[in-house]
Write a protein that binds this ligand. Structure first.
Ligand code: ADP
Ligand code: MG
Length: 727
């Protein structure tokens, strides 16, 4: 806790980051327990005035108060007696307020003092710069001060202690760890504490346990009532942790159940086409690439093709480090679909990438002649479906797709917004996903037929996080780079090295390399554009004046962007100056050198993605991370030291710490209340195994003993995961 925190019971103690709403959090006790629906207003110690205030937080009934979880705790542990305190060690001391004073110090700050009488002598609490406190303390009230004591002029003193007010007859030891709740205007901590404590008492014997006793035992989980008590009225740090763990586990377990049920629902509702190319077709497919597939690519392609031979729709996540060749694997699967008379769709997150996939596919199909199952040459026409096409173009394309003359379709999300009529849709590949939700993934099913689905991640994510975020998907991992790849040489470029760096960069360009300069502009904002324009101007009139530059940013029309990238690919442009639009997926193997400006403003995964743009060819890539940040900046340090994307993903997870869900926000997993998908990823892995075991024994949670669990899951996740078929 920061030392400047106002006293525990002050109304200013509102949480700046209110936790998400409590609706259904995380195991709302069922409607079958009338005691849990009791109005807080009628409980002893609450009263109508307080109940009115609690209602502002949405706390009206017992069950709502129970799941209003603390956002923090204050430490009031200790003997509460002045006898036992040691200078410099945290302590809590109870007593009566006998004097409150306020004065201005010589430095002009207000100093509020509170004098506490205790059986073993006086203790002084002091606060600087918080004049409003003087009005809040009342002479004659009983309080506990908690903080780090020191001796000053022969008596004990605490600077900026926490303050806890005691009721007239309340024992000072009643709750050594004090829960601090999310608040809203006009509601006090003491209101919530009273409400929650009354609710806890009222809930005694009313709560139904979600887990069987053997499950609680095996997973080391506190039973439900104990867990609520541990969270709201903990006796120790350990109790807080154990209580929280139970709710985190429960929330993730339910999420995993919901994700698996979502998947199961799709599996039974619709069958997928059986796509089983003959062995020689498979080898012909592999033959279309200008390179042999790596062992890892062949292994995961095998996993995917095996899935597609079953009428159970494939739901698989393909991950691999940047540059490991995920696209080639996707192309194998798409061709397997097309060569067996089915349609295959690949969806990219941007038009630029969609056009790139189109070029890749056309190049591959143009290179070698491919025959389909009937021995007919496979039409090399690949359709492009993106937003902003003219009506005529779009309609003609849609007609060819509906007739089945086109078997390969590349598109953006425009595809999902109004799905075309397909002929025999067999496979949907979602590239560099992030932006597709769990439900969106299911949108392309048609005519009672569910296509096989392959999702590819942009950057590697730790296995535990993959389980948490994509609990409904099977996982395939490419753990190998194509041969000859060398890790990108990465340098940290401080202000002093900048000139030398540009000298080096230009020398490499003169030797024939092509390069990127990445500028951290806020793409969509005016000021962002101004900054990339001025960056371009500075570069064009400065270090890069001898070279042909192209500018690429998010506001350019997709076809303009594409044309510039094509010029770059063909060598008509030497350097692309870009915002992070080049981050995801762009594949120009001839580009082998990159400068990232203000590198400290990018996330670690993003930096690694960016660097991946110059790691695509046989020439060793070079990347300079320009920064004003100090030499030991942890993120940049990791970036320079490590080129293994999986390792970086783990470091990223550790460095970002809890609460920051960059990149996972758009994952499509509905918001969680107590669990944090990154911080608690390892719990998710355990919960996932548990959920799979539960569903293996009972695929739809049917039967009396599980009906409650099913209701809870449907109530909590039914809407966001579209579990209509389960309820
Ligand atoms: P990512 O996994 O990052 O999406 P891509 O699929 O874009 O990677 O592939 C990166 C580059 O590696 C492309 O230029 C691609 O042509 C090339 N590539 C893919 N597989 C192989 C391979 N087996 N051997 C050589 N080059 C390959
Ligand atoms: Mg890619």
């Amino acid at each position: 806790m920061p030392a400047q925190d106002p006293p525990a019971d002050s109304p200013t103690d509102a949480s700046p980051h209110r936790e998400p709403g409590n609706a259904g959090l995380p195991a709302p006790p069922g409607p079958s327990s009338p005691g849990l629906r009791a109005k807080l207003e009628w409980l002893p110690g609450v009263g109508s005035r307080r109940a009115e205030r609690l209602a502002k937080l949405g706390l009206v009934e017992v069950r709502q108060a129970l799941v209003h979880f603390p956002r923090d705790y204050k430490d009031f542990t200790g003997s509460h007696s002045l006898d036992a305190i040691v200078a410099g060690e945290h302590a809590a001391v109870a007593g009566e307020v006998i004097d409150v004073g306020s004065r201005t110090t010589i430095t002009g700050k207000t100093m509020v003092t509170l004098l506490l009488a205790t059986p073993a002598g006086p203790l002084r609490g002091i606060w600087f710069g918080m004049p409003f406190l003087a009005k809040r303390f009342r002479v004659g009230s009983r309080v506990v001060l908690a903080g780090v004591p020191r001796q000053a002029a022969g008596s004990w003193e605490m600077a900026h202690p926490e303050v806890r007010y005691l009721d007239a007859d309340e024992a000072s030891e009643s709750s050594p760890w004090l829960a601090v709740y999310p608040l809203t205007d006009g509601v006090r901590q003491s209101d919530v504490r009273m409400g929650v404590q009354a609710a806890l008492a009222a809930a005694e014997g009313q709560l139904q346990e979600t887990f069987r006793p053997d499950e609680l035992d095996a997973r080391g989980l506190l039973p439900i009532h104990e867990a609520f008590r541990a969270v709201h009225l903990p006796a120790s740090r350990e109790e807080i942790d154990a209580g929280r763990r139970r709710f985190i586990y429960q929330e993730l377990y339910m999420l995993q159940l919901a994700l698996r049920l979502h998947r199961r629902q799709a599996e039974v509702a619709h069958q997928a086409p059986v796509i089983a190319p003959a062995a020689d077709v498979r080898s012909r497919i592999e033959g279309v690439f200008p390179f042999p597939l790596t062992e890892a690519q062949r292994r995961v392609a095998g996993e995917i093709l095996t899935d597609m031979t079953h009428p159970t729709p494939m739901q698989r996540l393909l991950q691999g480090d940047v540059g490991s060749g995920k696209t080639a694997v996707a192309v194998v699967a798409l061709l397997a679909a097309a060569l067996t008379g089915h349609q295959g769709v690949i969806m990219a997150p941007t038009e630029l990438l969609a056009r790139q996939h189109l070029t890749t596919l056309e190049r591959i199909l143009g290179g070698r002649q491919l025959m389909d199952a009937a021995g007919e040459p496979l039409s090399p026409s690949v359709e492009l479906l993106i937003g902003g096409q003219t009506k005529a173009v779009r309609e003609a394309t849609l007609a060819r797709i509906a007739q089945g003359t086109s078997r390969l379709i590349v598109g953006t999300q425009a595809l999902v917004a109004s799905p075309p009529q397909f002929h025999r849709l067999g496979l949907v590949v979602i590239d560099e996903q992030h932006r597709f939700g769990v439900v969106q993934r299911a949108r392309l099913q048609q005519d009672g037929c569910q296509p096989h689905t392959l999702v590819m991640t942009a950057t590697p994510i730790p296995r535990t996080v993959a389980h948490a975020l994509y609990g409904d998907l099977d996982l395939s991992t490419i753990d190998e780079q194509p041969p000859g790849r060398q890790p990108v040489q990465t340098y940290r470029v401080g202000a002093q090295q900048l000139e030398r760096w540009w000298g080096f960069y230009c020398k490499k360009l003169r030797e024939g390399r092509r390069g990127y300069v990445v500028v951290p502009a806020v793409e969509e904002s005016e000021s962002g554009l101004a900054s990339i324009d001025s960056a371009l101007e500075e570069l064009a009139n400065g270090p890069l004046e001898a070279f042909r530059l192209g500018l690429v940013h998010g506001r350019l029309a997709a076809d303009v962007k594409h044309a510039i990238m094509e010029d770059f690919r063909r060598g008509r442009i030497d350097v692309i100056v870009a915002t992070s639009v080049v981050e995801v997926g762009i594949d120009v193997p001839e580009a082998t050198i990159m400068t990232i400006l203000d590198a400290d403003r990018f996330g670690l995964a993003q930096l690694h993605q960016l660097r991946g743009r110059v790691a695509r060819g046989a020439t060793r890539g070079i990347c300079g991370a320009v920064t004003q940040a100090s030499a030991d900046h942890p993120r940049l340090q990791a970036f320079v030291d490590t080129t293994d994307g999986f390792r970086l993903a783990e470091i990223d997870l550790i460095q970002r710490g809890p609460g920051e869900l960059v990149g996972t926000k758009q994952s499509g997993v509905p918001p969680l209340c107590v669990a944090d998908i990154l911080r608690d990823a390892h719990v998710a892995t355990e919960a996932r195994e548990h959920a799979i075991a539960t569903l293996a024994a009972n695929p739809f949670l049917e039967g009396d003993d599980l009906s409650r669990l099913r209701k809870l899951v449907v109530r909590r996740w039914g809407d966001s995961l579209d579990l209509g078929g389960i309820g």
